[in-house]
Ligand binder design. Structure first.
Ligand SMILES: Cc1cc2nc3c(=O)[nH]c(=O)nc-3n(C[C@H](O)[C@H](O)[C@H](O)COP(=O)(O)OP(=O)(O)OC[C@H]3O[C@@H](n4cnc5c(N)ncnc54)[C@H](O)[C@@H]3O)c2cc1C
Length: 308
């Protein structure tokens, strides 16, 4: 029997830690509150031969219905703080578990501009770094000074040029956890920054469904020239996927690239719907859509879905 560190829970349900609310439990689950705790857990997992996963806000995550073997962590306390930092007063230091909309709001209150786009992304700083999240032309790499990455082998500070940022991806590996990030921002009038936040919120409200269980964009916008500049949502819509339903999962009526959990969807329902949507787009346009959503645990995505 494995010797489990204090605070580690067994068979912890993960669905409620995701925005789509599907999937099974984690074999082991912990909420590290400091870098020391995080490192201790990572070292323990490595010694025990356990796989490691991290959940941020679970806003881009599909958890396997049968659950996740190994250790899953959610950053807590010290690892989710937001603090004004640096002599010039233009830096924000944030825990990897800090929520991006809260970072954008804190920056506005401090009269700092540059991270307003974060108001539209319902994820954490760590999840945003891993996914190279952006919105409305704002890019993480433009304002990120460095991240502190913790793994079983130690703590390492990395600048954006060492994070391998590409469209919705970075070079961070499973088992490499973003514990902190520091943003370099620009002084600006508080009212002006708050005005930008209000505009972005309104743009989102008009473009996307709200109050539904979803992980946002299901597929990446294709780079294939046959898409002719159309987004994944526009292609799915043209292929007749808006409102398409399998089990309790359905492509949203308001935004065809959003999968909605209508109530008691399983991850299997969501994957079956994704397969159906992807097939329709392939038949109609000969374009292979690539998923944006990340799997945690053995999610049954077909093998040929990712082009590495
Ligand atoms: C309504 C809605 C709108 C959205 N709009 C946008 C948008 O405009 N632009 C955009 O880019 N995305 C958008 N998303 C997707 C999502 O919010 C982003 O991808 C976000 O960055 C994910 O962060 P998270 O904390 O929720 O990560 P999770 O979904 O919890 O995890 C995603 C990946 O990041 C990893 N991860 C999480 N935390 C850490 C950490 N601390 N260290 C290392 N790895 C970590 C996970 O293991 C997983 O591989 C939207 C989602 C929703 C639901």
């Amino acid at each position: 029997m494995l010797d489990v560190p204090p605070g580690v829970q067994r068979d912890f349900p993960l669905a409620r830690l995701t925005t789509i609310r599907t999937g099974g439990p984690a074999e082991y689950f912990a909420r590290p509150a400091s870098v020391a705790e995080l490192q201790h857990l990572l070292t323990w997992a490595a010694a025990a031969g356990l796989q490691v996963g991290v959940v941020g806000s679970g806003s881009n995550l599909l958890v396997a219905d049968i659950g996740v073997r190994g250790l899953v962590m959610k950053l807590d306390k010290e690892l989710s703080t937001i603090e004004l930092d640096g002599l010039a007063g233009d830096r924000l230091s944030c825990g990897g578990g800090a929520r991006l909309p809260a970072v954008a709001a804190a920056a506005a209150r401090s009269g700092l501009a540059g991270i307003e786009f974060g108001i539209s992304i319902p994820g954490t700083v760590g999840g945003a770094v891993r996914m190279n999240a952006n919105a409305y032309g704002g890019a993480l790499a433009d304002v990120l000074e460095w991240v502190e990455v913790v793994s079983a082998t130690g703590v390492e500070r990395r600048t954006p040029d060492r994070l391998g940022f590409q469209y919705r991806r970075s070079n961070l590996l499973d088992g490499e956890v973003v514990a902190y990030a520091r943003f370099r921002l620009r002084p600006a009038a508080e009212d002006q920054v708050k005005g930008t936040l209000a505009d972005l919120r309104e743009r989102r409200r008009q473009a996307q469904p709200s109050g539904i269980k979803t992980f946002g964009s299901t597929f990446k916008n294709p780079e294939d020239p046959r898409a002719d500049g159309r987004s994944a949502g526009q292609l799915l819509d043209a292929a007749g996927c808006r409102g398409l339903r399998i089990g309790e999962a359905c492509f949203s009526e308001k935004h065809a690239n959003f999968v909605e959990n209508l109530g008691s969807a399983t991850t299997a329902d969501v994957v079956a719907l994704m397969i159906a949507g992807r097939e329709r787009v392939r038949e109609r346009f000969e374009i292979e859509l690539e998923p944006e959503v990340q799997g945690l645990g053995p999610v049954d995505f077909p093998d040929d879905w990712w082009r590495e």
